[in-house]
Design a protein around this ligand. Structure first.
Ligand SMILES: Nc1ncnc2c1ncn2[C@@H]1O[C@H](COP(=O)(O)OP(=O)(O)O)[C@@H](O)[C@H]1O
Ligand SMILES: NC(=O)OP(=O)(O)O
Length: 313
């Protein structure tokens, strides 16, 4: 029987620059349409780390070129731009793949705002890597010249980090539910959603942050009452002792086992840790719900129980 599945697409599903993204989304669309063809209902969320960094850098350079003419662009607006740009490519790739297979289904990208708590401690402790990787020298220059916060990202180089508050709720959730109910393939919560908080009346104010897409996908999956949350990334399974001689790939994880491994430090912050945390939160949110972490090209096999790491109670 068909399931309702929320798919969270990681960096490898989108590539790191414009031409890479154009190519990557074609493969991504194939993997997603495979699931639609099997009778599943899919709602797609995605990351935006490289893209929002690129947009933010471009907007900053524009302001620096002529501060009188070009006022600074808030990070929330950069997130909105990244949703539009990625949604444009994804939506077109999905449309084409569906038409090529003779499937008559509409695809729609929802510009999605996600509410955060303005008092979230994350605003004082930036942890979310965005943009391109830098060498140590480039990173030191950015810290000195621009006052950026920079970290070493899981052995892959240096990256700028920004605040990443936890998603609380999805402002456009009713529109998303209505579109799913109407049979559309929906792309929502791109880049974790545009971070906003409520001010006076019904007004929403953008926050200077980038929400983690794994956590936002978890909220989305709960709010659309999905059966499964699939987090697609660059590894087929989750490992303990990752990258060490005694590395062990996991087929299944219960929330309790996951918590123990988290405590033992098996999952890198900013990469595998939020995925496992989001998977656990979704698996525990209602009976019968499960999460799956696997490779993009293994999504179909993963849903069939043949691969990936399944997280369930
Ligand atoms: N315990 C672990 N098991 C598997 N992969 C891990 C683990 N810890 C860190 N990783 C790394 O996390 C990466 C996934 O995180 P990341 O690249 O940030 O995700 P995204 O696909 O969302 O862009 C994997 O490709 C792998 O290199
Ligand atoms: N917003 C977000 O989590 O993006 P990445 O998955 O690209 O880091």
């Amino acid at each position: 029987m068909g399931k309702r599945i929320v798919i969270a697409l990681g960096g490898n599903a989108l590539g790191n620059n414009l031409p890479e993204q154009m190519i990557a989304v074609k493969q991504t669309a194939k993997a997603i349409v495979d699931l639609i063809q099997e009778g599943h209902e899919v709602i797609i969320a995605h990351g935006n780390g490289p893209q929002v960094g690129m947009i933010q850098k471009a907007m900053t350079e524009l302001t620096r070129s002529d501060p009188e003419k070009y006022i600074p662009c808030p990070l929330s607006v950069c997130v909105a731009m990244s949703q539009g740009y990625i949604g444009y490519d994804l939506q077109n790739a999905l449309r084409e793949e569906l038409l090529d297979r003779g499937i008559n289904k509409g695809v729609a990208t929802v510009l999605t705002q996600v509410e955060v708590d303005p008092e979230d401690k994350a605003f004082q402790n930036p942890t979310k890597p965005i943009g391109a990787f830098m060498t140590k020298e480039e990173a030191d220059k950015m810290v000195a010249e621009r006052g950026y916060n920079v970290i070493e990202d899981a052995g892959r180089g240096y990256r700028r980090v920004v605040a990443s508050p936890k998603p609380q709720s999805i402002i456009e959730i009713q529109s998303i539910r209505d579109m799913v109910a109407a049979g559309l393939v929906v792309v929502a919560c791109g880049g974790g959603g545009i971070p906003v908080y409520k001010t006076e009346g019904h007004h929403l104010k953008g926050a200077a942050a980038v929400i983690d897409k794994d956590f936002a996908s978890c909220v989305l999956a709960q709010q659309v009452e999905a059966d499964t949350l699939i987090i697609l990334t660059a590894v087929e399974k989750v490992a303990i002792n990752f990258g060490k001689p005694d590395e062990k790939w996991l087929d299944e994880l219960t929330p309790d086992q996951a918590r123990q491994y988290i405590e033992e430090g098996h999952f890198a912050p900013g990469s595998m840790l939020p995925k496992v945390q989001a998977a656990v939160q979704f698996a525990e949110s209602a009976p019968g719900r499960s999460a799956l972490i696997t490779l993009l090209e293994k999504a179909k096999d993963g849903v069939a129980g043949k691969t990936g790491t399944a997280i369930h109670q």
